[in-house]
Ligand binder design. Sequence first.
Ligand code: COA
Ligand code: AMP
Length: 629
Amino acid sequence: MGTYHEQFQASLSDPNAYWLHQARHVDWISAPTRALDDSNPPMYRWYPDGTLNTAYNALDRHVIAGRADQPALIYHSAITGARKTWTYAELLDHVARLGGALQALGVEPGDRVVIYMPMIPEALMAMLACARIGAVHSVVFGGFAPAELATRIDDAQPKVIVSASCGLEGQRVIEYMPMLNRAIDRAEHKPERCLIVQREQAPAELVEGRDVDFADVMRPGAVEPAVAVEVMATDPLYILYTSGTTGKPKGIVRDNGGHAVALTVTMQEIYDVGPGEVMFTASDVGWVVGHSYIVYGPLLAGATTVLFEGKPVGTPDAGTFWRVVNEHGAKTMFTAPTAIRAIRKVDPDGNFIDEIGVPSLKNLFLAGERLDPDTYAWATEKVGVPVTDNWWQTETGWPIASNMRGLDPMPLKPGSPSVPAPGYDVQILDATSAQLPPNEDGAIAIKLPMPPGTLAGIWGDEQRYLSSYLTAYPGYYLTGDGGYLDEDGYVYVMGRTDDVINVAGHRLSTGSMESVLAGHPAVAECAVIGVHDSLKGQSPRGFVVLKEGITTSQEQVVKELVQAVRDDIGAVASLKQIDIVAALPKTRSGKILRKTMREIADGGQGNVPSTIEDPQVIEDLRGVLTRTM
Ligand code: COA
Ligand code: AMP
């Protein structure tokens, strides 16, 4: 494999040769003769003449290689107590039958299938079934409200939606069917059929003519199992919507070939997980971490993946993650820093870790938000294994920067996700696109081309792809994160430079919350900012100016606004603190000074620009900004 430095240099000096060599980790139907298609910059494609099937690589080839009886998937519900294991042969059988069921419902290669599901094994099976038949899945996180689901249905235009009657969220049962029905009513595009998993906690009434019971189509013999169809490496595997700076989410498109190569390589080189080893990623299949390291990565690598239903605390206690590791012998665990902070808050001495014991664990990976040095130190001491921060995004699909635990691990530096992974030419740029020297803060950009597996575009909107990512710094991909590189080339990611915020590892747009607030009849104008939160990393705060002559009480307006965000975006937005204020600070050209507000709310003085329209407004706001709930 070579050392990290050798690999990194090779990946930048001759990306085509480097990635063609890495392509050997995948079973191709027609092997690519070249890796990089750079004929149409800034749009790059990987493995333009390769064909394959991703689900075949995740399942069939391991069965053929003699690992039919090895566990592929372990479902562990900390809420119901359920445990179930599927071997590779069993999972292949389920996925092939589900693929056949989707085909029987009319799904053809290239058709979209929306998956709106809680953390149950059928969600993973549905993703792989789509991949098997060449359909494009789009998983929508179960915590999103009907309006958000409707936006995604209209954008992806699915032929079929796969869903479940309910999800279990901590101690609550969340009924999905009323939300699904509302979303379909609201959307202009209507799916032809819905395939519904009935769960005993809250079975749903199915809509006649539209809904099909998952159990019926999965009965042995009910459908012809699907064979793995041949797709182009450049064909889309999935669309995953993520928050941008506007209210409209961006449908990140992932291809088949580059994704299969990149994830297989990262399993070895970054996560150090190989065939037969157990990986436990505590995330949700609705997020990119779930796509890459609950579903595709571990299975492409022939490992065993754990699908966990529950929360880090409260289901039933702060020992639940350690019990999963212990019970299933996980070698590698992956979660978000916020989950570790939640555990630490309840179990500061790490007693559960000591009592339960995690002898199989070799590595703990954390990502999704900045890993603060305090949490890093606590986890390192209490869990007793190397804690590896890795930085990436929905767009990239796999780490931009990490310590390479499977290559030659380098010294860990608290506060940094270590070094750029092979394939990523990370640079720090100033406003004029000039490269900044070590330890100077700027915009983090990645020189094109980005490596295989990173986004192929935004679904149906090439212009938005160009304007969101490729225009600010020609020749570079704009990450939207700010930070610096130190003299050893370690990356420090300090936070977003746009209106995206990160709440408990969930990426949210303040712009979309603002548009919900602005839609309330009493609101004249508003601003939402992300402020520091010791548990969730960030939490949103809203500031609202009311229209003249509003007679409704302020308390009532705030209550309605909080509810509106829950109804339109989802509880996951967690906008609970909204202040009614007399005015918002603005520049003379009318731009709201959100950054200044954020700096003051986070305990700083706030950089007040000379272009401010009325300095008194920000002075009047200081007291409100520094007040905590
Ligand atoms: N379906 C329905 N509702 C959901 C949901 C889902 N899948 N996920 C979250 N919610 C709801 C919660 O019930 C909560 O509702 P409430 O305001 O009525 O209590 C709200 O959304 C906020 O949820 P959350 O942000 O998860 O906060 P929490 O206080 O319930 O839990 C943590 C805090 C830190 C324990 C939790 O956020 C966590 O486990 N975070 C890790 C996230 C993660 O793994 N991210 C993936 C990136 S790697
Ligand atoms: P998402 O697309 O939901 O994965 O969110 C991506 C964003 O989360 C990034 O742009 C960063 O702002 C933040 N992020 C993810 N991982 C890290 C990390 N290890 N360190 C700092 N920020 C991170």
